[in-house]
Design a protein around this ligand. Sequence first.
Ligand code: FDA
Length: 393
Amino acid sequence: MLINTVILGAGAAGMMCAAHAGGDCLVVDHAKSPGEKIRISGGGRSNFTNLDVTPQNYLSQNPHFCKSALARYTQWDFISLVDSYGIAWHEKTLGQLFCDGSAKQIVAMLVDELSKAGAQLWLQTSLKDLQYSDGQYHLTLLREGKSRAVTCNNLVLATGGKSIPKMGATGLAYDIARQFDLPLVETRPGLVPFTFPEAHFATLAGTALPARLSNTRASFDEALLFTHRGLSGPSVLQLSSYWREGEEISVNLIPETDLFTLLRDQRQTQGRRALTNEVARHLPGRLVEFLAAEFDISGRLADQSDVALQELCDAFRNWQLTPGGSEGYRTAEVTLGGIDTDALSSKTMQAQDQPGLFVIGEAVDVTGWLGGYNFQWAWASGHAAGQAIAARR
Ligand code: FDA
């Protein structure tokens, strides 16, 4: 079979690319259904984009690379598409947009868009062999137990990253990149909970509070959640993308509270109260019990000097912790690193030295923050490649 374009991966980026590639296009995926990560994203409601998308919301060795694609297919373009399908949505927090109904609506919309554009979708199909000769890609695909030979002019790598192998994530895009000598930036799990040895926070499991998590590279003010195995919640997931094994993090448990002034004022009128009880008015009780083992929160308010109160508040503002590790690709929402942007055109996503080879979505060394940014990159990079392929015909 001869076809203009084969897209490997019917995920967010692959389907978006197919919708814009101008037909004569085959989308191949080894999964039973397309867009599985979209379906489970955002707790089944998909955080499909963000109202405020800037290049600063992305990590990459080249922070400028994402600019062109994001500028040419914005969050407003995707919102218009969603609106044109009558899919109701709402802003949850921090500009994050979710479906009112179900993430399945987004998957159905993309499948509809790709079939309207004339693309075919082959599910439960895997790649057995890939060769390049005379300016064309020769694929051997395995479908329904049979080998199928397919030749194409454009090959798009849209198989995503390594996150959640149980959902079918593979390193196929990286393997093909190596075959064509495209450089890779080392991959690691991102947007992932931290683990601590010996169930350090087990007694606090389920406790959540607003916090500021920082290290030398970044700082995030969002919810913090203690778990049986360590720390999770949006602030932790965000910081995990900026963290390296063995590094310390700083937790500010009172980012919005001037606890020192509150305690000092209380001391005037309620001096006989226990300090722990006063602190527990501003922090979850179980956490205060836990902290009492680490910091001196004993005695009555009246017994505390200004210096002692200040020291305690400083400790709450800069609680230094060293995670033992992260939950890894098993639960990571994204894969940091990937195919080096130096090898790609930021306008078309085409490999600089390999005509007709395109890389889009998470397989590229561009990783977004939590909050709809990863899907926006998938839509934008898929659109950029799709347009370039349509223009190549
Ligand atoms: P994606 O992973 O979507 O698609 C890759 C496709 O390739 C899959 O269909 C897969 O089956 C297929 N494939 C892989 N290997 C293959 C092989 N060897 N042969 C054939 N096919 C193969 N982002 C966001 O912005 N908002 C959110 O709410 C969430 N929520 C979220 C929750 C969870 C649990 C996860 C794991 C991730 C998120 N994300 C997210 C991240 C987001 O899902 C992710 O960044 C995009 O789906 C990436 O889009 P891609 O198309 O690049 O890969």
